[in-house]
Design a protein around this ligand. Sequence first.
Ligand SMILES: *Cc1c(COP(=O)(O)O)cnc(C)c1O
Length: 397
Amino acid sequence: MSIPALMPVYPRCDVRPVKGDHCHLIDEDGTRYLDFASGIAVNLLGHSHEGLIGAIQRQAETLMHVSNLYGSPQQEKLAQMLVDATFADTVFFTNSGAEAVETAIKTARAFHQHEDGDPARTELITFTNAFHGRTMATISASDQAKMHKGFLPLLEGFKYCPFDDLEAARAAIGPQTAGFLVEPIQGEGGIRPASQKFMQGLRDLADEHGLMLVLDEVQCGVARTGRFYAHELYGIKPDIVASAKGIGGGFPLGACLATEHAARGMTFGTHGSTYGGNPLAMAAGVAVMEAVANEEFLASVRDKGARLKARLEQFIGNYPDLFELVRGEGLMLGIRMKVESRPFFQHLRDNHQLLTVAAGDNTLRVLPPLVIGDAEMDEFFDKLSAGAADYKIPEPA
Ligand SMILES: *Cc1c(COP(=O)(O)O)cnc(C)c1O
């Protein structure tokens, strides 16, 4: 047997974390890493947040799982908190981001397949370089061939347009169009914020043609940008939003949020999940909402994000051969590099114990826990400076 017991689909690195301590990770051999990756924008309260741990512990002792056969005071509570904090009127809970996007896709299709709708409208317009997850529908929604390879055929019902190109989106609309599915700030694609003109334009096109504006806020949502959802930065209201990652603070949890109008097709028996919304996940979600869904916390993220971005912009000026620009909002920042970003990301990790995340478009993602303080920010710049100073750009292979 040469295949490892753990299916080898991830090219894992040598860091093997066994303990978390606020904004640091400690690996098997005791090495401490500064975690500016946050489990890919997940651990927004860091790794040992007492409120989150206590909520999970108490719920685990009380009731862990019952299925969706029964009434759920736990889900009603978190759904109401999300409704109170956002554009949404109603929420479906999932276990992951891809499932939240799947639910969003189904909600958009069901809207048009409703008795008052137009069943010909089955196709979502999606955008180049998008990442929506790894299920069949969510890889089909992305134009990225590297995620399709080996898994054909794709599902029908997605049409790709260039990201941030409003005229292309307008031209793609036809009698088959159900709506748009877009990340307001592309994450995996390289921390690329959509322009104001594009987001407002999609909202206007959706209104004009009776289409659904579906946002994938799995990475950019839940306080990451200093707004509860990133679409608030654009001053627009979506019809449907897929949310996950930060929403459980590290516990697997996703949600599909919708307006009453958009959710008209999601009636009894149309959708479901065995684990989705289980009491343990709800306890984690409520603890996260209590910590982040308030103006004081959101303002602190905006303030830290602005300071981090300003310091990064100043810093990259010292290394004009390595870095090109800094982009993003709040604590969802990316450094676009002039050289390949992946080897530099590995260098920071292996030689300076600084964890970031590589992304598309030669970008290094900087996604710290939202609870970082000045000490962590200073440590980040110490490590980044040392890493840039002793970096040797690898020879092209
Ligand atoms: C991570 C991510 C997903 C998929 O979430 P999973 O929990 O891995 O299924 C979907 N969309 C975006 C924008 C993401 O960043």
